[in-house]
Design a protein around this ligand. Sequence first.
Ligand code: GDP
Ligand code: IMO
Ligand code: MG
Length: 424
Amino acid sequence: MSNMTIVGAQWGDEGKGKIVDLLTSEADMVVRFQGGNNAGHTVIVDGKKYVLHVVPSGILHPGKMCIIGNGVVLDPENFLEEIDALQSLGLDVSPERLKISYKTHLIMPYHRIIDGAREGASKNKIGTTGRGIGPCYEDKKARVGVRAGDLTDPEALKDRIARALEEKNVLFTQLYGLPALDPETVFNDLMAIAPRIVPYLADVSSLIMEAQEADQNIMFEGAQGVMLDIDHGTYPFVTSSNVVCDNASIGSGVNAGIIDQRIAIVKAYTTRVGSGPFPTELFDDTGEFLRRQGGEYGATTGRPRRCGWLDLVVLREMIRLCAPTTMALTKVDVLSGLKEIRLCVAYEYEGKVVKYPPQTPRGLEQSKPVFEVLPGWEEDLSGCEGWDDLPRNCRRYIERVEELLGVKAGFISVGPDRKQTFRR
Ligand code: GDP
Ligand code: IMO
Ligand code: MG
């Protein structure tokens, strides 16, 4: 192992948490670098289920250092609930092994209100997770954000909250028909929990670089998926951060030169939650089959996930943006029982066959998938421990994906448990 970034290859929920957890056994430090508690990373260890939202999935391994980088947006109340829940499951979530960057932006109550009000009022819902993620990143860019480090400087914090609320209260009262927020109350509520957050604050860049100099293995854990990237995803139906691998360095305050491996987590079919184009979406019994077999319900909001065939056009875009050194193919077991499996190898767009997503505003909406049909398999894969245990047609499916993408699937996952993964 060396330093690696784990990135979601599709629209999120590919099984990143599971692979991060698995590889943490070889890592010394796990760093989250973007997103917030819009993420839901489920890890199952010996039948026990853990759902991580903003805490790195590496937390399940005792003694490994976990870091929340500057590129993350952190909801302080929600963070405390998450660590309390993890602690009650017997995990060590003390400030000795969990650190938050001074530069991490805080999701404030008014961010959640704006997220909810916009989604409630809009005819063109994005289908956000309602966690205030977008409004928090907006304030960061508008330079009126509140950072975790501000908790150590109450006077300045009070000023920043008052300044942020000047504009927001106009929005609340005049556009959304909501009551104004009292800056004093927002400040006092935050200060009431600050003593529990402050011990976690650290100079995260220095910690990571010290680990690097000590030859430790560092893993950067991505949230969401490349098609939800603010620049390169299906805008505007995206999240508000950069999801691509290269944001790992910016979002954690280190140079990109220290990262030498990139693992793309690819679900063996495609899912998405929320609105937006999805060329290979299935609206029939097969879609329902995938949802049921794959347990495709959101870990954060419980919403049913939209399901469809694997889309290699999407994966080609991910590959050109992230250049993964290997792929982890997850949930292959879910495909068992299908007579035939479709693989979207290209799109038909404006009468032409294209291999990359059209960049025009409605390009994806106007694209029709071009499918290759492969034979399915009946066998249950949940007990497979190696390549040779997989049925022939399953190996053929994986090899065809590798061949068309030019990237190897170095990890195959055949069930939700930590043990149900093997390397090739
Ligand atoms: P993440 O957000 O990328 O970490 O993925 P989620 O945790 O939101 O969603 C993946 C879901 O699939 C979780 O419920 C996992 O427990 C489950 N899962 C992960 N890998 C596999 C697999 O190989 N097979 C099956 N059947 N389930 C898996
Ligand atoms: P993990 O890390 C799947 C989606 C939302 C919505 C859009 C914008 O578990 O893979 P936001 O609340 O971020 O402003 O919502 O992005 N979304 C996710 N979909 N998995 C996630 O995270 C997601 N995080 C955000 O459903 O469509
Ligand atoms: Mg998830």
